[in-house]
Design a binder for this molecule. Structure first.
Ligand code: BGC
Length: 744
């Protein structure tokens, strides 16, 4: 293992050659050294300790006075934050401010769509803006450090935390993560509205076996380098101020004791001086993992691996003095960890001003709502629109609004919304009722998404029969996704399936809207509905976004950031898989078509499921519009390139339908032969292109050959010469516009 990681570190050292070391911030470093030189051992170790907020202020105050606290998480009341900072500044020996932290994951007060929804927008500017809003609102209450973005690649919808990340693709996740970091941190960390970001969970947490949270991640060294680590490297380039170790182990090593991740990669290869925090008690949880003997062993393994700050575990504060005496931890190791903590506090300007203005409130500002609405609208994905059911015509006067998510303010905000006030959330019901000239017949039918009582369905059907159109809003309550909320069955829960089926039988046009934290297996509901809009929990402005889309004030543009399976048994399922030696042709017989008594090899022997076939319900990058787009005239600037050259790709995009709209154009490549097998497709670019009805434009992409590098057979990060295919496409399954080029 050690040897392998050594080889990998060499490989990554090569990757990093292009990454310039961070410019030294000498003034800050000088202040750090001055302060460090005055600190006692206890004060140093205190800086490495993060407390969870306690009800009794005095309990925290006592520890702060004694210099035993570096950071507090989950303290959000400005008055209390000021009181604690005053104690730190005036009553502790060295006056070191406290780093106040919170999980601000997709908004603080104004709640943006969950990150998976944000990814569906493919809109980096809008995502950065959402993070900026979150930072302005949270810092206004005294929070200067958030535990976001989560940039774990997730290819298994059973895993509840798929909601918190940007989906299955490394390239998309890398860019989304960097945009989010830029938004939180702003141009200068010392600005009072800047909030330190935390790239988490470092690393591989999204690969939890079986989609069960906290589980072992089985990741090969090459997958780690090519799939799971790049978003974290990109985060380092974006200047992520902190990293969080993940709960999982990889190949027997829990991340909190993984020096390959925390030193070889983060420090040596990426030159990051970010502060590393553990996940919640992921230090002491190493006892359960079984790689440590006792709490002292835990502390030694974590700090020696490269952890700086311990979130609530308290093994550092209890054991580091003794470990130092025994020589199991060096003073220089502790000093380095303290440096990383202090540097961040200086950079945030906390020494100059740790306080918050208790009289200034900026939550839910109109421009925040406007920007959040834009992102929520762009995050919605139109998965079906038979016979142009949407947008609703002006003839629609009576709407039956049905379903447990139609007026569920808290639930539509999704996971991790500790601070948003649900009274500011606009539900579909509220938004519809605000439209003049529309009569709304509302019937939730089920009290919540898991409701097993079918009694309300009859009255929903009765209302549907009186309406011109039925809007049925179903999905998942907030609690059904997020941390620890994994599912082995990803169908609609409760009687929601029966509800959709009963409504479809009324013969009225049925628009199904799904608000959920993960892609659900909805093949049946797609069939039963005339139109289907998917909204990963859309947040504060979700109802307004939905109604704007339904009535054509806005046109859907979102595309799936994850593959949607037909059946849960298909997961993990993702577009950039390997081909295998026996790829399916797509013409294989399914189980119902297979003759009784069929001979053992009569079906052929290819890689597919007898019951689910080969492909997904919806591929990655998929989403419809009210208009139609045509791609044509694909041209490459060259067909033979050197490894350091850039390929210029152009094509024409025409809006051939009736509506002004935006298309998310995607650029994919396939490396046909490598020293190791290559994915069948890889996303290498995307662009949101707005076109008026009937308009046509030329779209351009630049593809650097350097971006075709991968971890080769001998573990080098390199571009290998050879033939490539390239597509400009509406989704990952669209092969119509194809070209070829060769790298010499
Ligand atoms: C989660 C982290 C989170 C932390 C603090 C942990 O359980 O895994 O993502 O930041 O708690 O709330």
């Amino acid at each position: 293992m050690k040897r392998l990681f050594y080889t990998l570190s060499l490989a990554l050292a090569l990757v990093s050659c292009s990454t310039a070391p961070k410019s030294a911030d000498s003034a800050v470093d000088q202040r750090v050294e001055d302060l460090l030189s005055k600190m006692t051992l206890e004060e140093k170790i205190g800086q490495l300790n993060q407390l969870s907020s306690m009800n009794n202020l005095e309990d925290m105050a006592k520890q702060i006075r004694e210099g035993r606290v570096g950071s507090i998480l989950n303290e959000v009341e400005p008055g209390r934050i000021n009181a604690l900072q005053r104690i730190a500044k005036d009553e502790s020996r060295l006056g070191i401010p406290i780093l106040m932290s919170r999980d601000v994951i997709h908004g603080f007060k104004t709640i943006a769509p969950i990150p998976l929804g944000q990814a569906a927008s493919f809109d980096l500017e809008a995502v950065e803006a959402a993070a900026r809003i979150a930072a302005i609102e949270a810092t206004n209450d005294g929070i200067r450090w958030t535990f976001s973005p989560m940039i774990d690649i997730a290819r298994d919808a059973r895993w509840g935390r798929i909601a918190e990340g940007y989906g299955e693709d490394t390239y998309l996740t890398s860019l989304m993560g960097a945009a989010t970091i830029r938004g939180y941190q702003g141009p200068d960390l010392s600005d009072p509205t800047s909030m330190a970001a935390c790239a988490k969970h470092f690393c591989g947490y999204g690969a939890s076996e079986g989609g069960r949270d906290y589980n072992t991640a089985n990741i090969t060294p090459r997958q780690l380098l090519d799939v799971y680590l790049p978003p974290f490297q990109k985060a380092a380039e974006a200047g992520a101020a902190t990293y969080m170790t993940s709960f999982n182990e990889i190949d027997g090593v829990p991340s909190t004791a993984n020096s390959y991740l925390l030193k070889t990669m983060l420090r040596d290869a990426w030159h990051s001086d970010a502060m590393v925090v553990t996940d919640w008690a992921s230090t002491s949880e190493m006892l359960a993992h079984g790689n440590t003997y006792d709490r002292a062993d835990v502390a030694a393994k974590a700090i020696n691996a490269g952890v700086d700050m311990e979130m609530v575990g308290e093994t550092f504060i209890q054991n580091l003095p003794q470990l130092l005496k025994e020589g199991r931890v060096k003073l220089s190791t502790i000093d380095n960890a303290v440096r990383n903590v202090l540097r961040l506090k200086f950079r945030l300007g906390l020494f100059e001003n740790p306080y918050v203005d208790e009289n200034k409130r900026v939550a839910y500002a109109p421009e925040f709502i406007e920007k959040t609405l834009k992102l929520a609208t762009e995050s919605a994905i139109l998965l079906k629109n038979a016979d142009e059911t949407l947008p609703l015509s002006s003839k629609v006067k009576t709407v039956a609004l049905v379903g447990p998510m139609a007026d569920a303010a808290y639930e539509q905000s999704g996971t991790w919304t500790f601070d948003g006030d649900a009274s500011h959330t606009v539900t579909p019901l509220a938004a519809l009722q605000a439209i003049n000239g529309i009569k709304v017949l509302y019937e939730p039918a089920l009290t919540h998404c898991r409701d097993q009582k079918a009694a309300g369905i009859a009255s929903a059907v009765a209302k549907a029969k009186q309406a011109d159109v039925v809007i049925c809003v179903v999905g998942e309550e907030a609690i059904m996704s997020g941390e620890a909320h994994c599912l082995a069955d990803i169908n609609l829960y409760g009687k929601q399936k029966d509800l959709v089926e009963a409504l479809s039988k009324t013969g009225k046009p049925l628009v199904t809207v799904i608000m959920a934290g993960r892609p659900l297996t909805i093949a049946k509901q797609v069939e039963e509905s005339d139109a289907l809009l998917y909204m990963f929990h859309p947040g504060t402005t979700g109802g307004t976004a939905l109604v704007d889309l339904l009535f054509g004030k806005a046109v859907p543009s979102g595309k799936t950031p994850v593959t949607f399976p037909y059946m849960v048994g298909q997961v993990p399922i993702y577009y950039n898989h390997k081909n295998s030696g026996r790829p399916a042709a797509g013409t294989e017989l399914l189980i119902d078509q297979t003759p009784v008594g069929a001979g053992q090899t009569s079906l052929g022997c290819s890689s597919y499921w007898l019951d689910a076939g080969f492909g997904p319900l919806f591929p990655f990058g998929y989403g419809l519009s009210y208009t139609t787009f045509e791609y044509s005239n694909l041209k490459l600037s060259k067909t033979e390139l050197a490894k350091n050259e850039t390929l210029h790709v152009t094509f024409d995009l025409a809006n051939t339908g009736k509506y002004d709209a935006t298309e998310i154009c995607q650029l994919y490549i396939r490396d046909l032969v490598g020293s190791v097998t290559r994915p069948i497709k890889e996303l290498k670019g995307f662009k949101r292109v707005a076109l008026k009805a009937g308009e046509k434009t030329t779209v351009e992409f630049d593809l650097n050959m350097a971006d075709l590098a991968f971890t080769t057979l001998d573990m080098k990060h390199e571009v290998e010469p050879g033939d490539f295919k390239l597509w400009v496409a509406a989704n990952s399954d669209d092969n119509t516009n194809e070209a070829s080029f060769t790298v010499k």
